[in-house]
Design a protein. Structure first.
Length: 302
């Protein structure tokens, strides 16, 4: 398929264009009818709105440098003492979160030597407590370790390449739009994407920009993990037991062979959404629908 080949070429060339590859991946997912997978692609293209669902490869450790002086002597761009700080404060100062778009990260990676993460002045008194002789911190900033920005970019490139390479083996030749969507369902594009981008059985982000994101840690056919995920979102023991009964009752249902929930599970979902509507279950209806369907899809391996 030409679009897939184009993405592979962009990602594997000597001068890869990750930004263009992500744009083409966005088009590809639309053509495959997999718009539910766009959250990660859009976040990489546009930047992340916050740090809550930031992938691990976008969380970096930095070195703390600064200028110190005692009035008579001054030392510039020195590694600052931080061992005396509390664990939480030290972690806060040594951690930076890359929420910017991939295009911005690519521009940063061209010259990481000039990148500085300024530390607010309110932290200077705490940093100054590590010094004797009247020295105090006048200025402080964080510096990324060499190559760390490039490593974050390579993580995105590698994960995206894994996905499209897997896809290229399963979607040979050119297909019309309707057949592409059918083929996507047949080969389980959703699972291919999640496994390549987030790792098999890893914590993944589901949802979209219009709905609060939910983390899903459910593994295929692992009801204990499914129950634990539902408990995190205030689903009662009684409702979880009812779901287990519904899953057992649906074993062998024809719907399951078509990657659809069985009749008992569908009925259970409707009941839970009703509870969300009348506030018997304290969760927004849109979030509830996303949570239940994605958790159950992960359980069934759809």
């Amino acid at each position: 398929m030409k679009l897939i080949s184009d993405i592979i070429e962009l990602l594997s060339s000597d001068t890869p264009s990750l930004n263009n590859a992500l744009f083409k991946t966005k088009v590809l997912l639309y053509k495959l009818g997999e718009k539910n997978l766009l959250h990660w692609v859009n976040s990489e293209l546009n930047g992340y709105g916050g740090i809550e669902n930031l992938p691990e490869y976008r969380v970096l450790t930095v070195s703390i440098l600064g200028d110190i002086s005692n009035g008579a002597y001054r030392y510039s761009s020195q590694p600052l003492l931080i061992a005396h700080l509390g664990k939480q404060l030290r972690k806060r100062l040594e951690t930076t979160y890359l929420t910017q778009s991939i295009a911005v990260l690519e521009s940063y990676a061209k010259d990481e030597s000039g990148l500085r993460i300024q530390i607010p002045p309110e932290f200077y008194p705490a940093l100054s407590k590590g010094y004797l002789g009247g020295y105090h911190v006048e200025n402080a900033w964080g510096v990324n370790f060499a190559g760390s920005m490039l490593q974050a970019i390579n993580e995105v490139r590698s994960r995206l390449l894994d996905f499209v390479l897997e896809l290229s083996e399963k979607i040979p030749g050119e297909l019309n739009e309707d057949r592409m969507k059918e083929k996507s369902q047949e080969i389980g594009t959703s699972d291919l994407f999640r496994n390549a981008v987030f790792g098999d059985n890893a914590t993944v982000v589901i949802g979209n920009s219009n709905i609060q994101n939910i983390k899903n840690t459910v593994h295929k056919k692992d009801f204990v993990a499914l129950a634990a995920e539902l408990k995190k979102h205030s689903v009662t023991e009684e409702d979880i037991t009812a779901l287990q009964v519904a899953i057992t009752s649906d074993e062998g249902a024809p719907d399951l062979t078509e990657n659809k929930f069985g009749p008992k599970v569908r009925k259970w979902i409707v009941g839970m959404l009703t509870k969300a509507t009348d506030t018997a279950w304290s969760i927004e209806i849109g979030i509830a629908a996303n949570l239940l369907t994605e958790a159950l899809k992960a359980y069934y391996g759809f």
